[in-house]
Write a protein that binds this ligand. Structure first.
Ligand SMILES: CC(=O)N[C@H]1[C@@H](OP(=O)(O)OP(=O)(O)OC[C@H]2O[C@@H](n3ccc(=O)[nH]c3=O)[C@H](O)[C@@H]2O)O[C@H](CO)[C@@H](O)[C@@H]1O
Ligand SMILES: C=C(OP(=O)(O)O)C(=O)O
Length: 423
């Protein structure tokens, strides 16, 4: 695992350009195997999740080439076989090959995915969707066997018991090539879902309702990419830089954002007293003065994302009154708390599993570990604010989802270096 070294306390300024959304691209890549033609994506972030998905593609005889943000995938010679469980375990989104391979071949055999360790992450709703479409699903050890080879996939109504990003996308991937009409109820409305549906429709799929809570899909038997699909900007990366800019910046311009996707986040910053200039595609963050603590509750889009709760935490430490975070999606997502305490942060978990953040005028450098991607983002911002050196171990978790992180921070005049892992 790589490590990140930060010499904190510098005043950061300049501009940063946000990359394509991790949570879009990690679904777009598996979705590409549904195509009967080569596929091209632009604005693809250079993150470990993308490289691991490319390894999984290779194991299926699907060639891919990634340079300068453009990813080309040729699934026309795809062969199914045993997918490499080491790469599958390195990320969450490998589960999208379940829906994609089921859609394409009516059969998928795949081990349980990895991804961030942020509390229980069952996939019962995904399986429920595959079964509704006529697949037979069995589990043996660490492997899931999904089979609809006898009768094929048949469009059907699907009712989710809870709102799940992954289950929504997996159901869409499978139903896109099912026979007949599928309606999926109580779906997630995240912008990344709208992006994946846009990509599938560009290739000839018939999907409506993305961004609402009911999606309707008329299955098609051929998908062909006729244009390059541009990935949407990463709203979680943007939130991370917004927090960093307000916590340690002296005037930072954040470029390539969709402000509507960021509203729950920017509204919280404004409630704290951060002065933002929000334009059509960029946001300027002024160095703030007196900030107020706020109450934050995470919930599915369009509410405040769980993936933002850790990145905003270092900024909350700079407020002059207490803040409280309630994560309704992952109530145990607290890996950053103990690590921030090592840096002198006044932060704790109360009896209701809420995270309570008290005013902390100074942080000091320490050796800490990024237990998961967004905990890593919180530690990175804290390290930039702190006096002295911070060493973040397990930095691969940050590299899973933060595009060109060392270069982007250095361009903002931070003293940061990422030392690659020896394995
Ligand atoms: C690759 C990707 O896009 N990851 C995102 C996705 O993860 P992911 O798609 O895994 O998260 P879900 O939206 O599925 O999870 C939401 C909640 O539903 C529960 N659940 C989910 C599925 C299921 O079958 N059964 C079940 O109980 C989960 O435990 C969780 O409490 O959405 C999360 C919630 O916004 C984000 O934190 C992740 O960054
Ligand atoms: C939880 C996250 O990612 P994943 O679902 O890929 O583990 C995240 O991006 O914050």
């Amino acid at each position: 695992m790589s490590i990140m070294k930060i010499h904190g306390g510098r005043s950061l300024h300049g501009e940063v350009t946000i990359g394509g959304a991790k949570n879009s691209v990690v679904a777009l890549i598996p979705a590409a195997v549904l195509a009967d033609s080569p596929v091209k994506f632009d604005m693809v972030p250079d993150i470990l999740d993308v490289h691991n998905l490319m390894l999984i593609l290779q194991s299926m005889n699907v060639s891919s080439y990634f340079a300068d943000g453009v990813l080309q995938i040729d699934p026309t010679k795809i062969q199914t076989g045993h997918l490499p469980s080491k790469a599958i375990k390195k990320l969450r989104a490998s589960y999208y090959f379940m829906g994609a391979l089921l859609g394409k071949f009516h059969r998928a055999v795949i081990s349980f995915p990895g991804g961030d360790n942020i509390g229980p992450r069952p996939i019962d709703q995904h399986i429920r969707a595959f079964e509704a479409l006529g697949a037979h699903v069995t589990e043996s050890g660490d492997t899931v066997y999904i089979d609809a080879t006898e009768n094929g996939l048949i469009g059907a109504p699907i009712f989710f018991e809870m709102v799940s990003v992954g289950a929504t996308i997996n159901a869409i991937l499978a139903a896109t090539r099912a026979r007949g009409i599928t309606t999926i109820h109580n779906v997630a409305r995240e912008p990344e879902i709208v992006d994946i549906v846009a990509f599938l429709n560009e290739m000839g799929a018939h999907i409506t309702g993305a961004g609402t809570d009911v999606i309707r899909i008329e299955g098609v038997d051929h998908l062909e990419a006729k244009q390059t699909h541009m990935v949407i900007p990463d709203r979680i990366e943007a939130g991370t830089y917004l927090s960093l800019a307000a916590a340690a910046g002296d005037g930072i311009l954040i470029k390539n954002v969709i402000p509507q996707h960021l509203e729950p986040f920017t509204q919280k910053l404004q409630e704290m007293g951060v002065d933002l200039t929000i334009n059509d595609h960029d946001i300027y963050v002024k160095k703030p003065h007196q900030l107020r603590g706020v109450q934050i509750k995470t919930a599915p889009f369009p509410a405040f994302a769980t993936d933002w709760q850790q990145p905003i935490t270092p900024l909350l430490l700079t407020a002059q009154s207490e803040s409280v975070i309630t994560d309704t999606i992952y109530p145990q997502r607290q890996k950053h708390v103990g690590q921030l305490q090592k840096m002198g942060a006044q932060i704790r978990v109360n009896e209701q599993s809420q995270i309570v953040i008290d005013p902390t005028p100074h942080l000091h450098g320490a050796v800490v570990a990024a237990g998961e991607i967004r905990a890593g983002a919180a530690l990175m911002i804290a390290g930039l604010m702190a006096d002295g050196e911070t060493v973040i171990e397990e930095t691969d978790n940050i590299l899973r989802g933060y595009d060109n992180i060392a270069r982007k921070l250095t361009d903002l005049h931070a003293d940061v270096e990422v030392l690659p892992s020896s394995d």
